[in-house]
Structure formats: structure tokens, C-alpha cells
Design a protein around this ligand. Structure first.
Ligand code: GLY
Length: 471
């Protein structure tokens, strides 16, 4: 078997799933060289070389790659931070190691204002009404307040207030949830505006789906739809999190989607792709340049945001059931010869176990953070590859034990013939973790999905006749 060396820039359980997919290649003998925020037990065990760079600083990543450059065939970057900072540009320029992620120029995730302006140009039907408040345009607090009030007079107070730069879900405020009147809204607005431009947009009502596609710069290969559960608590209550879990149904669609919803999504993403690609191939768009959060509204799908990397946990729904050899797929992305991506027609459910203070479950926890995953791993005897255990914010320490840090600790992927079978495996894994963690119990639950279907039906009935045609 041909030996292949891969640099993996890791953050969260998503990278463990990527490393798992690379190491499972049947065509290549893969060695991974991992840059991590901490000593992730899964990655550290499988890596040929492993470095901890807590802030994932681009220069430090470059130095690590330089030490291993003779054995590295390509690199793959999972978190947005280094992508936005231009890790690909730097490594390709200095070391000539091809990287799988967009270049700095095409990392749309870096600016929500840029995303809205691009959509206004090429796919305005996917935009809610919005206004960008640039810091340099206003001389005083009174001036910006008056401008904001004028905008709210036009579109109403039911808005979302978002920082231009990504803030890991923090900073986004929604009327009726984070503020209940204009003064509170303005307080929230100002807390962002002190350091960043702000995008204010009409709040979108509907059902969310996550669209992901691999891209070789010439074509996009869409992956099956997934549904992320962003809120902390069961029933979609509580604060926004990085994502407490996600599901993928047996088919490429989610239960509340019609085939035409998917067609509309594809048409919108293709428009964005074409606008950025121009004629021929644009190598700056290699990787997953468009992981798009859609909101399915009464007026059809609208875009909440565009990310420039795989979703976490959404990519964990896909990689375990991908039929295509992942290393081969990576080479094809780099060469510009991407082919149709085949996935098994099975359902997957990902449930995250998180520390007690994550998502506001407890205000304080001062106890031990030791987490033992051996009970969950033992389930492999029962489920084989239908259960996958991917540690995220967990650390292997010198005592040989693993500890949860402050973010999402470990996700369990269940794969099944239908959603409920997949969910049962995922939850069985969760129940067999020993440690001070908690989780949502309703990821992929029948009642949750039924509610989504019902809500979507109601919205469609209300919006009938006003869905605009695809142009
Ligand atoms: N699932 C949310 C994210 O990856 O940003």
C-alpha cells in the first residue's frame, strides 16, 4: 500500500472523525501528523507526531509542518480560526504542501457582512432584509442609535443582531430571546459594536438544515442533509451552543424537507460557487468552502450563514457512512477530479456529552473532571462500526487518564437502518460514559422530528403562493 502523510489541524471531535476516516482507508497506508488544541486522546494515540498549540497559531502550525515536511503529502484543516487567518496560504507558499481548506481570500466565514453582500449580488432571494453597521461610518453613539432605530422602523423589531466576525455562536442576539425591547436590543448591539461591525437582519422563522459539500475548485459534491441541535436543552430551550448533536436520515433529505427544498438549496449554493469560481477552476475553494446553515421558511430556504469548513457535529454524521475512500477523495479534491460521493443509505445520530457548566446546565462545578470512555468503547463488541466514539475537548494527561475540558467533551455516533435505531446506539454510548458530563436526550427523537414536520407543514400552508421560482 502506498504510504501517505497527512497534516491534520484539529479542534473538537470533528477532527477525530476526520482522522478515523483517513486511517480507515483501504487504498493507502496513512500516517497522521496532528496539531491540536490539547492532547486529544484519540488523536494522540493515532498520530505519528502530535503537537499541542492551544491557540492554533498559524506560525506555530507552519513550524510543526516544516519539521515533518518531507513526509507530508497534504494537509487538512478542520477549525475556522486558522482558515480565516490564512493557514493554507502560508503553508502552501512556504512549504509547497497542498492544503484542503479554502484560502484566506475565499474563507467567507470571516465576515457575515461579506456573506450578506455577496448574496445580495448573486442570490438575493436567500437573504433576509439586513443592514450592516460599520464602525467607521458613525461619529457618535447617538448617530448609530438613530440609524438603527430608522432601520427597525422599516423592518420591525423582530431581528437578529450579529457580529461581523465569527464569535463561536456568542454575540448573536435575537429579539424575544436575548432582548425584549429596543433599549435592550441597543445595549446588545453596542456590546458588539464596541469592537466589531454589526449585521442586523430580520429574524428568520422555520426549520434549520445544514448543507455541506466537498469542492475541488471545479465542482461541488453535495453531502446528505443533516440537522444540528444548537440549543442547550431538550425541546430547543436554553442558550446557543456549538451544537449538542445532529442527525441524518436514511435518504439525503431531512424528514421535514421536500425534494424541491434540496433543489433550491443546491441552486443557491451553485450560484454562490459560480460567482466566486468564475470560469474554469478556482483552487482557492478546495475543501468544504460552503457549509451553509439554511432556514426553511414560508418563503423557501434562506441562508443563515456560510461556514468555510466541515460542521461539527454535522460531518460526524457523514464520514462514518461514506462509501468513497476518504484519502482518495482528498487527492481528487487537490487534483480537481472530484467524483460523486456515495454514502450508505443509513441513518446516523450524533449526541454530544458535555461538561456540567457547558450551555448553562450548572452555574458551577468544582469537582473532578475525569472521564472514562472504556464503557462506551466496549459497545464496539455489540455494535461494531455502528458505534463511533470521538473525543473532542478531552485531554489525555500524564497519569494516563482522560479529562473533560470546558467545551463539548465527546460525541457518540450511532449508525442504524433508521433514525430510531441510530439514536438508540448513540444514546447507549452516552449511557456508558463514566464521568461528570451531561447531554440532550432528544437528538433525532421521534417527537422532535414530528414537531419539525408539523411546523414546516404549517409554514408552507401559510406561505403558499409566495415561494419564488428558482432563477
Ligand atoms: N454545528 C455548528 C458549527 O459547526 O458551526
Amino acid at each position: 500500500m502506498q504510504k501517505v502523510g497527512v497534516l491534520v489541524v484539529s479542534y473538537g471531535a470533528r477532527a477525530a472523525a476526520v482522522i478515523d476516516a483517513l486511517k480507515r482507508s483501504e487504498e493507502y497506508d496513512v500516517r497522521v501528523y496532528v496539531v491540536d488544541k490539547q492532547r486529544n486522546p484519540f488523536n494522540a494515540e493515532l498520530a505519528e507526531a502530535h503537537a499541542v498549540i492551544p491557540d492554533l497559531d498559524v506560525d506555530a502550525i507552519l513550524k510543526f509542518a516544516e519539521r515533518h515536511k518531507d513526509v507530508l503529502d497534504f494537509g487538512i484543516v478542520c477549525p475556522e480560526g486558522p482558515i480565516i487567518e490564512g493557514v493554507r496560504d502560508v503553508i502552501e507558499e512556504c512549504l509547497k504542501i497542498p492544503m484542503i481548506c479554502p484560502t484566506k481570500e475565499f474563507a467567507l466565514e470571516g465576515s457575515k457582512a461579506r456573506q450578506r453582500l455577496l448574496l445580495a449580488e448573486v442570490a438575493s432571494e436567500a437573504n433576509p432584509e439586513f443592514k450592516i453597521f460599520r464602525r467607521f461610518e458613525f461619529k457618535s453613539v447617538t448617530e448609530v442609535k438613530e440609524a438603527l432605530w430608522r432601520f427597525l422602523d422599516e423592518i420591525g423589531d423582530d431581528v437578529a443582531v450579529k457580529p461581523d466576525r465569527p464569535a463561536a455562536g456568542k454575540g448573536v442576539g435575537v429579539f424575544g430571546e436575548h432582548f425584549h425591547n429596543r433599549e435592550q436590543l441597543f445595549e446588545h448591539f453596542l456590546s458588539i459594536f464596541e469592537t466589531s461591525d454589526v449585521v442586523v437582519e430580520k429574524r428568520l422563522e422555520g426549520e434549520e438544515s445544514s448543507f455541506q459539500a466537498f469542492c475541488d475548485g471545479r465542482r461541488l459534491e453535495p453531502l446528505p442533509e443533516t440537522r444540528d441541535y444548537k440549543r442547550a436543552f431538550d425541546g430547543d430551550f436554553g442558550q446557543n451552543t456549538g451544537g449538542m448533536g445532529s442527525y441524518k436520515d436514511v435518504s439525503d433529505l431531512l424528514p421535514f424537507m421536500e425534494p424541491s427544498d434540496r433543489e433550491r438549496e443546491l441552486a443557491l449554493v451553485e450560484k454562490i460557487f459560480k460567482a466566486l469560481k468564475g470560469d474554469g477552476r478556482n483552487e482557492g475553494l478546495i475543501g468544504i468552502p460552503f457549509y451553509v446553515a439554511f432556514m426553511h421558511t414560508a418563503e423557501g430556504p434562506k441562508i443563515l450563514e456560510i461556514n468555510s469548513r466541515p460542521g461539527d457535529p454535522e460531518i460526524q454524521n457523514i464520514l462514518p457512512i461514506m462509501r468513497s475512500d476518504f484519502v482518495e477523495l482528498c487527492f481528487r479534491m487537490l487534483e480537481g477530479s472530484l467524483q460523486r460521493i456515495e454514502c450508505e443509505r443509513r441513518a446516523t445520530v450524533v449526541t454530544y456529552a458535555v461538561p456540567l457548566t457547558y450551555g448553562g446546565y450548572r452555574t458551577k462545578y468544582t469537582g473532578d473532571s475525569k472521564v472514562d470512555l472504556s464503557g462506551a468503547y466496549k459497545l464496539k463488541e455489540k455494535y461494531g462500526d455502528d458505534v463511533r466514539i470521538y473525543p473532542g475537548a478531552m485531554e489525555l494527561r500524564d497519569d494516563g487518564c482522560t479529562y473533560a475540558l470546558r467545551s463539548r467533551a465527546v460525541c457518540i455516533v450511532g449508525v442504524g437502518e433508521d433514525l430510531q435505531a441510530a439514536r438508540e446506539i448513540s444514546l447507549d454510548g452516552i449511557r456508558n460514559i463514566d464521568g461528570p458530563l451531561w447531554n440532550r436526550w432528544d437528538i433525532g427523537a421521534e417527537w422532535h422530528i414530528r414537531n419539525s414536520v408539523k411546523r414546516m407543514r404549517k409554514l408552507r400552508a401559510h406561505g403558499e403562493g409566495i415561494i419564488r421560482p428558482i432563477r
